[in-house]
Ligand binder design. Sequence first.
Ligand code: FAD
Length: 257
Amino acid sequence: MCPQEFHNAYQQYVEGGWPGIRMSPEFGGQGLPGLVSVAVEEMIQSANLAWSLCPMLSWGAIHAIESHGSDELKAIFLEQMISGAWTGTMNLTEPQAGSDLSVVRSQAVPDGDIYRVSGQKIFITWGDQDITENIVHLVLARTPDAPAGIKGMSLFLVPKYLINADGSIGERNAVTTVSVEHKLGIHGSPTCVLDFQNSAGYLLGELGFRHGLHVHDDEQCAAGCRVGGRCGIGARLSAGTGICDRQSAGVVYPGGM
Ligand SMILES: Cc1cc2nc3c(=O)[nH]c(=O)nc-3n(C[C@H](O)[C@H](O)[C@H](O)COP(=O)(O)OP(=O)(O)OC[C@H]3O[C@@H](n4cnc5c(N)ncnc54)[C@H](O)[C@@H]3O)c2cc1C
C-alpha cells in the first residue's frame, strides 16, 4: 500500500531512535525537552510533509497515553509506540461532526473490563498502512448514558490488532478501512475512512472530553510546526532563487547569500 521509499525512510527513522525523542525514558524514550523535539519535527516536516504526518499523529497518541493511560495500558502500548514498532492515530471526525464535535455519534458500550466501540470516522490521517505491524487508534465516542453534547464524549484506545497476554500481536480487531480519502494535496499520506463495529476498546483516562482535547491540542501544536517547516522551505527556496538572481546580475555576496 505505501511506497517502498516510505518503508525505507520509516526504518531509518526507527533505527535512529527518533520516535522517542521527547518521550518518557521509563518506556524507552529519550526524555529530551519538547523544544528539542519541535526542532526535529520541523525538519522532518520540511523534508516530506506526507510522510511526516505518520510520526506526528503517533506523537500525539503517545503523549495522550503517557498523560492519561492506566499503568496497564502504558505497559502494553507505550514501549512499542515509542520504539516506533507501532503507530498511533486520532479519530475525532465523523461525516456529520467536523468542527462541531458535540454531534459525534460513535458509541462505546461497556463490556466487562473493556468497551465495544462502534461508528464511522472520516479523514483519519495514516488511519491504515502496511509499514508497522499494529496501529493504535484513539477514538472519540460516547457511552450510552453519557450526557448530550461535548461533555458526553470520552476517548478510547482501539488497537488494529488485539494484544495477547504475553504482549505479542493477537487477533485482528473489528476495525475496517472503508476507503482512502480523495483530497487535493498531500497524496502520499493515507487519509482513511475507518469503520468500528463492536471493536474492543479501552477507556483512556476518565469518562469526559478533557482527553479528547489533549490529543487534538497536540495535533494543533504539530500543525504549527508544519507551518514552520513549510515556511522554512519557502525561505530556503527563495534564498536560493535570490542567489541565482543576484549572480545572474553579476552581484557577488560574501558567504553565498
Ligand atoms: C488532510 C486531512 C487530514 C485530517 N486528519 C484527521 C485526523 O487524523 N483525525 C480526525 O479526527 N480528523 C482529521 N481531519 C478532519 C479535520 O479535523 C476536519 O476537516 C475539521 O475538523 C473540519 O471539519 P469539516 O471538514 O467537517 O469542516 P466543517 O466543520 O464543515 O467546516 C467548514 C467550514 O466552516 C467553518 N465553520 C464551521 N463551524 C463554524 C462555526 N460555528 N462558526 C464559523 N465558522 C464555522 C470552518 O472553519 C470551515 O471553514 C483531517 C482533515 C483533513 C483535510
